[in-house]
Structures are given as C-alpha cells and as structure tokens.
Design a protein around this ligand. Structure first.
Ligand code: FAD
Length: 412
C-alpha cells in the first residue's frame, strides 16, 4: 500500500513491524529453522510479545492494542517477508486469540488470552486430523463429558507450533450421535499428561515452526475450558476462519513482495547478450505482471480488512476473506515462481533465498483451507446472496431483443 493511502497510525505500525523484521530476527535463525536445527523458536514469539506486537486487534486489557484489521494486515505483510513459519507463529495468537476474545469468558481471557499476548503462553491450533482437513466437520477426536471434565482422545496432524505449544485449541466431538454441525466443541487444552507431540514430518518448506502430530490420550480437560457453547464449534470455527485466512493472505503479500524485489534488482544488474536482462521484454514483462498481480492482491486484502472492520463476520465478509486467501496465495506462488525464472539457474540455488520462499509459498495454497475449499465458500456465499432477493440493480436480462420469448427459456 502506498504511504499516501495510510493513516499516520497505520504508517507508524507498518514501520514499527518493518523495523522488527529487519533488525530483531537474526539471519541465523532463518537458516537454522530451514535446516531443521531449530524446532520451535520460542524466543522469537517472546520478542514479538515484548514489543507488544502479538494480538494487535485485542483490547489493551488483554494485551493487544485495540487496533482493527486495516492495521493487522499491514503488520502481517511485514512479518510475511520472514517466510511462512515465522509468519504463522506470529499469526497463531491472532487466530487462537480470536476464539477466546469472541467466545471466551472473562476468566478464560484472564487465564489464557493475556498470557498469550504477553508471550508467556505459546499456542497451536489443532483442527486437522489424519483422516482429512477439508472435510473438517468429519473430525473424529472425541471429548466425552465425565462430571466436570471432558476426556479427550484422538489425533491431530500438521499442527504448526505443536512442538513448542503450551496450549492447544482443539476441536473434538462431544456429541457422537448428533449431526456433525451439532456434534463438535472447541476446547482449550493445556500441554500436560496425555498430550504427546511427535516430530514426524520432513517438510518441503515452512520448516522450524514446530509442525507436529499430536496425540491426545485420555486428556482430562476442565469444562471451564470449553470455548463457546457445548457442541457449538461450528460458530467458533466460522469466526476463527477470518483470522486463519486473513493471516495467510496478508502474510503471502510480504513473501511475494521480497521475492519480486530481489529478482527485479538482479535483473537490473545481470547482463546477457551485452545488455541488462531487464531490457529483455521476456524479463521486464514478468516484473510488470508480478507487480500488477501483487498490487491487485494487496488491494483485495485491504478491501476485505475494511469489510470485516465495518461489519464483522457477515456472509459478504466470508466470501471476501476466501477470495483474499485464494488470490493472495496464488499470486504469491506465481510471483515467486516468476522471480526464480528471472534469476535463471542461480535462483534455483541457495545463493539466493528464492528457492526457500518458493518452498514456503507452495504450502500457502494448501493450508488454512485449500484454495479449492476457498472456491466452495466463495460460490456458496455468492449464490446465497444473489438468490436471497431480486437484484435492486437494473434488470439487464430483459434488455435482450427476444427477452420475452419465454418458450426459449428452457431450464430442464
Ligand atoms: C505444513 C502444514 C502446516 C499446517 N498447519 C496446520 C495447523 O497449524 N493446524 C491445523 O489444524 N491444520 C494445519 N494444516 C493442515 C491443512 O490445513 C490441511 O492440510 C488442509 O486443510 C488440507 O487438508 P488435507 O491435507 O487433509 O487434504 P484433503 O482434505 O484430503 O484434500 C486433498 C485434496 O482434495 C481436495 N478436496 C477435498 N475436498 C474437496 C471438495 N469438497 N471440493 C474440491 N476439492 C476438494 C483438496 O482441495 C485437496 O486438493 C497444515 C498443513 C501443512 C502441510
């Protein structure tokens, strides 16, 4: 976003986070995470907390800054330059915190939300199961009520932050006999007896963020740790998908932005056939196309932020959030891929970070709901919108010369 469109407050936050990403995150941390030498960078999360950068949207009382989405997307883009793992660990307090902020009791906010934003408690979000992530409401983990506890059993996989998390937001079936949307509850589960995290994945990218498989075996979760209504996870899920997908979308912008810039600078220096390669249309038009895509994606993400800020979790907001996630992550993939092409063979080596960014970008169209699932949401919400009532706009269908030949309008 150009500075001219930002308020002084937004510019100041953007600059603050930009400075953090530039100065507070050592290069060695990124290298060690990518080499899987670091499994979970707790110090990074604590450093963010120390600068009050976690959970920006939450009220100051709970450790946030009381800002809105138009601010948070700016912060996320700046953190996105660090790659997908660090961006995700930055986002998790915003995602898990949303559930606590919107549905939690005062006690839950005091016990969990404040320590999360203070960096004293690290979190992970445990939705996906080995049997599938897209068909989320088919979850099979169970949490059966026994007096004042739920007894949690099951497995979750691909959980970012699992290796270092003190607290898991877990979705489990509390009413096995009911239809899926009335069967599942959201629970806050502290790491402890019966919670077993295993490091089993050799990831293509997005390494070092503690992505693990989590087993819950007879974990006794106090009923006070229920988030929202019992069997009411559908509502919690719908709310959490806003930060879940907005963080992916806005983070992708930062990652793509730096890949493009590295490749454009390279093209300005690298020569072939006696001239700078940026002077070849095959190169410079890639830069132009990438920039156009990136600006369009950023505009969509920022428009979506305004829609959420203005109206909350509406049907229209859910459509925009899914469009943003899909478009920004597909843009990131295309932009990083073209950045590699611009750089030729050296882009494929680890002399430049493009190959790492490419490995990270590939995940973004898959996680936080695949882009096919985004398409399901987008068309579903659109049909609900247009079929709910006749359009108040001009009836353009009737402007066709033969619009009144009803016999030709055959639908079955
Ligand atoms: C590195 C990594 C980190 C992750 N982090 C987390 C995390 O922190 N917490 C968490 O809970 N999950 C996490 N995930 C899980 C991620 O969100 C899921 O992998 C994703 O939602 C897809 O689920 P799946 O892998 O089970 O694929 P499936 O659901 O089996 O889907 C396989 C394919 O089928 C397609 N498909 C499925 N259903 C439909 C449909 N109805 N219409 C069209 N196409 C469809 C999908 O789009 C996909 O292409 C992570 C995954 C990875 C790899």
């Amino acid at each position: 976003m150009t500075d001219i469109t930002l308020t002084p407050g937004q510019r100041s936050l953007r600059d603050e986070v930009r400075t953090f990403a530039r100065e507070e995150v050592p290069r060695q941390l990124l290298l060690d995470m990518d080499a899987d030498k670091i499994r979970y960078p707790r110090g990074y999360v604590q450093k963010l907390a120390g600068q009050r950068l976690l959970g920006l949207r939450f009220p100051q009382e709970w450790g946030g800054r009381g800002l809105d989405w138009s601010y948070e997307v700016l912060a996320l883009e700046e953190i996105g330059v660090l790659g997908a793992s660090l961006a995700c660990l930055y986002s998790l307090p915003s995602i898990v915190g949303e559930a606590i902020q919107v549905f939690g009791t005062q006690e839950q906010k005091g016990k969990y939300l404040k320590p999360i934003t203070d960096g004293k408690m690290t979190v992970a979000e445990a939705l996906t199961e080995p049997r599938g992530g897209s068909d989320f409401f088919g979850a099979t983990a169970t949490a059966m009520r026994e007096g004042d506890v739920y007894v949690l059993n099951g497995q979750k996989r691909f959980i970012v932050g699992a290796e270092g998390a003190d607290l898991f937001l877990v979705y489990a079936r509390t009413n096995p006999d009911a239809a899926s949307r009335q069967a599942i509850s959201a629970l806050l589960v502290e790491r402890g007896e019966g919670v077993d995290v295993q490091h089993v994945y050799g990831l293509m990218g997005t390494r070092g963020g503690g992505t693990g498989r989590v087993y819950f075996r007879n974990v006794r979760v106090p009923v006070e740790n229920l988030i929202g209504q019992e069997h009411g996870a559908f509502e919690v899920f719908n709310q959490m998908m806003i930060p879940e997908r907005m963080t992916s979308a806005a983070g992708a912008l930062g990652l793509a932005r730096v890949a493009l810039e590295i490749s454009a600078r390279y093209a300005d220096r690298r020569k072939a056939f006696g001239q700078k390669i940026r002077e070849f249309e095959g190169v410079s038009f890639k830069v132009a196309d990438s920039l156009t895509r990136l600006d369009a994606a950023r505009a969509l993400v920022h428009a979506t932020a305004r829609v959420i800020d203005a109206g909350g979790n509406t049907r229209y907001a859910r459509r925009m959030v899914s469009e943003s996630k899909k478009f920004a992550t597909e843009t990131a993939w295309a932009v990083v891929n073209d950045a590699m092409q611009i750089m030729g063979g050296i882009g494929y080596t680890n002399v430049y970070p493009i190959e790492r960014l490419l490995r990270d970008a590939r995940l973004m169209t898959i996680w936080t709901g695949t882009n096919e699932i985004m398409n399901l949401v987008i068309q579903h919400e659109y049909y609900k919108e247009i079929l709910a009532a006749p359009s108040p706009a001009r009836d353009v269908e009737s402007d066709a010369p033969n619009a009144d030949v009803e016999g030709e309008k055959v639908y079955e």
